[in-house]
Design a protein around this ligand. Structure first.
Ligand SMILES: Cc1ncc(COP(=O)(O)O)c(C=O)c1O
Length: 405
């Protein structure tokens, strides 16, 4: 199916409904996470770009893009979660509060001797595993990364470059997660997975907390500039951990006056959209090949902890076709003369493609007005990845693959 499907989630603003707790993203946690990431010598806030020319052309007030392609030189935001989860795990093992732990402590041979050899294990479409492998190498630990069949060689090699062992399975993403989980149990490994299920929630919570750095940098920068805050935040989702992390942050920092939040998935992996639409409060899976060019969003099963938050606070769930992500990649890569160029991969670009499509295609007039999109709107987009599959990036941006018909 081409185009956009949407579901308005009226429970998000209904005060009579008891909502999930967002205590996982307390002010104290946000501070701890920010301080932890600052310990890495490579740390610096990623750019917050303003696409004023495009906002003008689309008749809205502002478009900001948080460009995570610059994160730690890894071309994606994901390392924020994996690194914080590994850091937090080590802080518990060393029995030192993470705020007190220096980078040298994290690597110290005496501490390591106390806890013995560790192996961090994970499954990934690419970005999360690269982040875990990077953090493990930075902290002198070992990592084993499982990847689903069909994964691009380029992504496999990027993880191998971080000294991790990579195993490509014969299964799709959700089965690959199970394989990694079983491997960790059988081999005494520590599973650092960015999704939660019954009985496995602690580490995915730390991963969600780790993503706080990204959104906190945005609000910090807007405050320094004296800018108004966004009216809308577009959040692309796979299992939903990133989106739930940002929702938690917005509840903690802004509360009831928080921006309108839009959760975006590819049609063939729209498990959050499906769960919201069924409306029985439970997460529901999408089965099959999950085929989409948005590899980072190709997840068929919501994270159970992310789902609770998204169910209660997200205003709109949207699923869309691959041509919309492709359009976003082309707009980012070929900006209007006054705007900066942004290199954005398939999962990174879908928010901008969607925004442009809603504002330019008259058949979405109803959606546009229900979303309250107007000349006053200030939109925050997150470019969650750069060209993490450069061959495919060029097929889309140079050769025009996946055109909007
Ligand atoms: C580039 C990119 N964007 C967004 C996401 C979605 O994050 P989540 O799975 O936490 O919903 C991912 C997940 O891997 C990703 O790689």
């Amino acid at each position: 199916m081409k185009g956009i499907r949407f579901f308005f989630n009226y429970r998000s603003r209904d005060p009579s409904i008891e909502k999930a707790s967002t205590d996982f993203m307390s002010i104290d946690t946000i501070q701890k996470v920010r301080n932890f990431h600052k310990k890495f010598s490579q740390y610096q806030p990623t750019p917050l770009r303003s696409l004023d020319g495009l906002a003008n052309k689309l008749h809205i007030d502002k478009i900001w893009v948080k460009d995570e392609s610059y994160r730690f030189g890894l071309n994606a935001f994901k390392v924020l979660g994996g690194s914080y989860a590994i850091g937090f795990y080590l802080s518990l093992k060393f029995d030192i509060d993470i705020s007190e732990l220096s980078f040298d402590d994290l690597k110290s041979p005496e501490h390591k001797k106390k806890i013995g050899e560790l192996t961090f294990v994970t499954a990934t479409d690419g970005n999360h595993g690269r982040g875990v492998a990077w953090a493990a190498r930075e902290l002198d630990q070992k990592a084993i990364v499982f990847m689903p069949k069909g994964t691009s060689k380029f992504r496999v090699n990027n993880i191998k470059k971080e000294n991790a062992q990579v195993i490509v399975t014969d299964e799709y993403y959700d089965e690959t997660v199970k394989i990694a989980a079983n491997f960790a149990i059988e081999n005494n490994g520590v599973l650092i997975q960015d999704t939660a299920w019954e009985g496995y929630t602690k580490i995915p919570t730390w991963i969600m907390q780790g993503y706080a750095t990204l959104i906190d940098e945005v609000f910090e920068k807007l405050k320094i500039e004296g800018s108004s805050t966004p009216t809308h935040v577009f959040l692309q989702a796979g299992v939903g951990s990133l989106a739930a992390s940002v929702q938690g942050y917005l509840m903690t920092k802004v509360g009831k006056q928080r921006p309108i939040t839009v959760v975006i998935e590819p049609h063939n992996a729209a498990c959050l959209y499906k769960s919201a639409k069924i409306g029985d409060n439970n997460p529901h899976s999408v089965k099959g090949k999950l085929s989409t060019i948005m590899a980072g969003l190709a997840c068929g099963k919501p994270s159970i902890i992310a789902w609770d938050v998204l169910r209660d606070y997200s205003d709109i769930f949207i699923s869309c076709s691959d041509d919309i992500a492709a359009k976003g990649m082309r707009i980012y890569g070929n900006p209007l003369p006054s705007d900066p160029q942004i290199i954005s991969g398939e999962s990174g670009a879908v928010g901008l493609g969607l925004l442009a499509e809603i504002l330019q295609n008259n058949s979405y007039g109803d959606l546009k007005s229900k979303m309250n999109l107007s000349s006053e709107s200030r939109i925050l987009l997150i470019n969650t990845e750069g060209d993490t599959d450069p061959d495919h990036y060029r097929k889309v941006v140079w050769d025009g693959k996946y055109p909007l018909l």
